[in-house]
Design a protein around this ligand. Sequence first.
Ligand SMILES: *Cc1c(COP(=O)(O)O)cnc(C)c1O
Length: 370
Amino acid sequence: MSDRPIFVTEPSLPPLDDFIPYLRRIWENKWLTNNGEFHRKFEAALAEYLGVKYVSLFTNGMIALQVGMQALRITGEVITTPFTFVATTHAIHWNNCKPVFCDIEPDTYTMDPAKVEALITPKTTAIMPVHVYGNPCNHEELRRIADTYGLKLFYDAAHVFGVRKDGVSVCSWGDLSMLSFHATKVFNTFEGGALVTNDENLKKRIDFLKNFGFANEVTVVAPGTNGKMDEFRAAYGLLQLEIVDGEIAKRRKVAEFYREGLKNVPGIRVLQDISGVKHNYAYFPVEVDAKQYGMTRDELYDKLKRENIYSRRYFYPLCSDVPTYRSLPSATAENLPVATKVAKEILCLPMYAGLTDAVQAEIIKHIVGI
Ligand SMILES: *Cc1c(COP(=O)(O)O)cnc(C)c1O
């Protein structure tokens, strides 16, 4: 048994000494928030790194989701996935819209475009899919459906930082994408988030909305909220940008080590890289087939816990199974067969850049030797 708890993730941190001069600069400027020097620099640097035209920084991903929906003027019904962190569904609820759950694909766990059209009604105004675990959605199909029916396409891109498909940044897809920089994500600013778009007018509207609706000192153009990121975290984000590629490379090694160690375990299904995709290895999900493996997912979860290893059952329960949403017409297991099965079998193993070979070997040993 490991003498120190092994958690599902551990944040990447830039060298503390590199941060001190930035702090000194903030103290000199006495400019702590509201579009300061570091905020402007970080927005520009992120836009370049992500390969998008416009970035709007936020205090967290949840507020960014809520503001993004306002900026796109999404109303009525929104087609989304139940296999996500509850923030996606909550944002729809907080905007007085109705979530309509669409099933997922078995090989990427992302929204199944073949099941979207049957869910569209005259009240549908948007599709909000999630690139879950960093797996890109089937964008071509989703874009085609959104264009055919005149719907907005707003991606929850919280997991997809740095991911590219055929050389194109996945964050650049759709009308708008939301990023989260929460401590548990591949790229963190302690807490933080962003909206990214290639539409200049949309970027303007987002920036008004995240600052109480102020367009200038005296003009309040909309009922906004306060979603701003401060200088401290913007400065820290600049340093994170310098290390993120190296951290993703380390995560890749961790993923390869797991794939090798788990490849011949009956009943443990591991996804491989998707061809043409540059992954970020945000999570390491495995599916546990109880019959073949001889143990249910929950039994394996408990077994690892007894060994001081804390895997997580992301994303169980499904959003369609939490009390606020479970009575929605689309929240049934019949409508969501794949998501229902995956939520029962999925387990996310510890995955972070600093995971050592020795600790990983220990985790694999407990999974292999049942
Ligand atoms: C983390 C996460 C969010 C919320 O982001 P916060 O920055 O924690 O508010 C939203 N959606 C998904 C899929 C997430 O994983």
